[in-house]
Ligand binder design. Structure first.
Ligand code: NAG
Ligand code: NAG
Ligand code: NAG
Ligand code: NAG
Ligand code: NAG
Length: 584
């Protein structure tokens, strides 16, 4: 609370940020260069310029902080352009009210004792906004605030777009941020009643200074400083992983960074094929009569509470009945689980369930489903000990098959080593013969630039090399000759070329399935590649590379191997492209 009173005091000074020298009361003013220190010497107030900026701002920092990290700025959007600024004491009671209000806008940092949240009676929204950059304290694009459309939840936004939800408060923790908890010196309270919703924190040890900051990149950082010259350390930050990003998996899906793919439909739901954002839809639609039921899900961050309905005193059973009765209700959960699961209150969802993440929480959510789907899931979840057995069997199979695989690899490598010894000899001989033919022209078909389609109607891909290439024409011809001789089923075949009218066109066979990146970075298409196919593709790429780098006569190092350069033919066999002539 000391921070608060000092800030209040400062505010009374700030009432008259004046540039005009003739209005200064010399006894009670601070000019640029002077510093005002709080009675307990914790905070300092004065003029500063952030980063490389030349603008002058009035700000507050921890007095003994060697880094002078700014925790509050008076004139975020109204910098002074020179150092003629003066702070003047102009206190009177009317202005004190104004001061109080001003302090209700925290800037990018929440200090101990300062509230982050809403006054529901007055509509006051105490939120934090990031700085635009380290040189510019004016409000940037990231903000944290309590959303109150539905059950209150703490949300990070970029502009108006949700980026991360701390989630709703369940009496113990925020559903999406279990890392925010009472620990060592950091203590906080979450207050939620009819009048106010806010979070406030304090230090148990007064020698440890703390601040919560919304950084310019949107990360919420909890930082602490134990005094001395050590500077601030980041204790924790949020978001933590990919699954924290809002709506990563779309509706009715849960996100789990420990699984691949990360996004999985909830039981009873399937991929929404019409929607590119990859959410999920019901296997069977609801019929809205007594045939519908509920399926319990545990260990999930509760979905977005925007548009939800809640009652803090309702019993859990009444909550269920209410959801059964209302056709548009899609799920229900207890509000407060501090006295055990499903103990208190009622939270109802009406729309799609968005933004769920697999995590350690003590909350359960009950999702409404068609009776048929409920039965299927109950069946699926029932025989636990059978599943254990199955797991053991798969483990045994896995161990056996990997053993066999290693054995096979060893044999292949051994045979290959033996063959290589023989091959080198062979190669020396054939090189001697080939050198006689070097003067021959390209064996590759040369096409005229006016050729429209190939005679046999084969579809092709044309790659146009930059006209500005520093490579000489002869040099290119030579390289094409080399590349065209590389033939392997995991390399894209160069069908021909056109070296006419200063154009340098390469003609390759056409791959219907485009490239690998088209699959693995698309969550719909990614599902077409099961593990067997993926393994097949990895093997193919390895074989192609081995050939390029080692087994071919014209060893070529692929300098740009990436998913975009691995093409897939009709049977999803991988073909490496862009070798040899890469990056030209
Ligand atoms: C943290 O501990 C304090 C007491 O030290 C208590 O008042 C507060 O409610 C606790 N906060 C949470 C979230 O449990
Ligand atoms: C599924 O996709 C369609 C088409 O984009 C969309 O209208 C619908 O709302 C989606 N369903 C869900 C449950 O998100
Ligand atoms: C519920 O509605 C579905 C169709 O909407 C119908 O097939 C089913 O018989 C109904 N069940 C009951 C118990 O009314
Ligand atoms: C909440 O539930 C309690 C108990 O069922 C009920 O008395 C009260 O009217 C409800 N409040 C609202 C706002 O619906
Ligand atoms: C279902 O709940 C919604 C949201 O509270 C409400 O608008 C609607 O009137 C309810 N429908 C019924 C049939 O009670």
């Amino acid at each position: 609370m000391e921070a608060f009173s000092f800030l209040l005091f400062c505010f009374s000074l700030l009432m008259a940020v004046s540039i005009a020298r003739d209005t200064i009361n010399t006894l009670q003013s601070i000019s640029d260069g002077e510093i005002l220190v709080s009675a307990d010497e914790t905070f300092a107030l004065g003029f500063f310029s952030p980063g490389t900026s030349k603008n002058r701002y009035v700000g507050i920092w921890f007095n003994k902080d060697p880094t002078k990290a700014i925790v509050w700025v008076a004139n975020r959007e109204k910098p002074l352009t020179d150092s003629s600024g003066v702070l003047k004491d102009d206190t009177n009671s009317e202005k004190e009210d104004f001061v109080r209000q001003r302090f209700d806008y925290p800037g990018d940092t929440i200090l101990p004792g300062q509230k982050l949240g809403r006054n529901l009676a007055t509509g006051l929204n105490r939120r934090t906004t990031s700085w635009k950059s380290s040189d510019d304290p004016s409000p940037g694009s990231f903000s944290y605030q309590f959303d109150i459309d539905g059950y209150p939840q703490l949300v990070l936004r970029e502009g108006t777009t949700k980026r991360f939800r701390f989630g709703s408060w369940n009496g113990i923790q925020f559903s999406g941020a279990p890392q925010l908890k009472n620990e060592s010196v950091f203590r906080f309270s979450m207050i939620s009643n009819e009048e106010e919703v806010y979070i406030v924190y304090w230090s148990v040890d007064s020698s440890v200074h703390q601040r919560l900051q919304t950084a310019t990149d949107g990360f919420s950082q909890r930082r602490s400083w134990r005094g001395g010259n050590t500077g601030w350390t980041t204790v924790s930050h949020i978001p933590v992983d990919d699954c924290d990003y809002y709506g990563k998996c779309g509706a009715y899906a849960s996100c789990d960074t420990n699984r691949f793919p990360m996004c999985n439909c909830l039981d009873g739901f399937v991929q929404n094929t019409t929607d590119s954002s990859c959410g999920c839809v019901r296997r069977t639609s609801l019929s809205c009569n007594h045939s519908d039921g509920f399926v319990k899900f545990s260990g999930l961050k509760l979905p977005d509470t925007e548009g939800t309905w809640f009652n803090t005193s309702m019993s859990f059973e009444d909550c269920r009945i209410l959801c059964v009765k209302n056709c548009s209700c899609t799920a229900y959960a207890a509000l407060d689980v501090s006295e055990g699961p499903n103990s208190n209150g009622c939270l109802l969802w009406f729309g799609n369930l968005m933004d769920m993440k697999v995590m350690t929480t003590s909350e359960d959510i009950y999702v409404k489903m068609a009776g048929k789907d409920v039965e299927a899931i109950v069946q699926k979840r029932l025989p636990k000990f059978k599943k254990k057995k199955q797991k053991i069997t798969t483990a045994v199979i896995w161990v056996l098959s990997s053993g066999i695989l290693i054995l096979c690899l060893a044999v292949i490598i051994y045979r290959w080593e033996m063959r290589k010894k023989g091959k080198i000899k062979e190669e020396r001989e054939s090189d001697a013969i080939n050198s006689q033919h070097d003067e021959e022209d390209l064996e590759l078909p040369l096409f005229g630039i006016d050729t429209g389609i190939l005679e046999d109607g084969q579809e092709i891909v044309v790659k146009r090399l930059s006209k500005n290439s520093s490579q000489g024409f002869e040099e290119l011809k030579n390289e094409i000759k080399h590349v065209s001789k590389l033939q392997h089923r995991n390399l894209v075949k160069l069908l021909g070329c056109c070296l006419q009218a200063r154009e340098r066109l390469l003609i390759y066979e056409f791959m219907r399935n485009k490239s690998l990146d088209f699959f693995i970075f698309d969550c719909e298409k990614g599902k077409l590649l099961d593990w067997a196919k993926r393994f097949h593709i990895i093997n193919g790429i390895a074989r192609g590379l081995l050939y390029l780098h080692q087994d071919s006569r014209h060893r070529i190092v692929h300098r740009d191997l990436k998913a975009g350069n691995v093409l897939l033919d009709d049977e999803l066999n991988p073909r490496i492209s862009d070798f040899g002539l890469a990056k030209k």
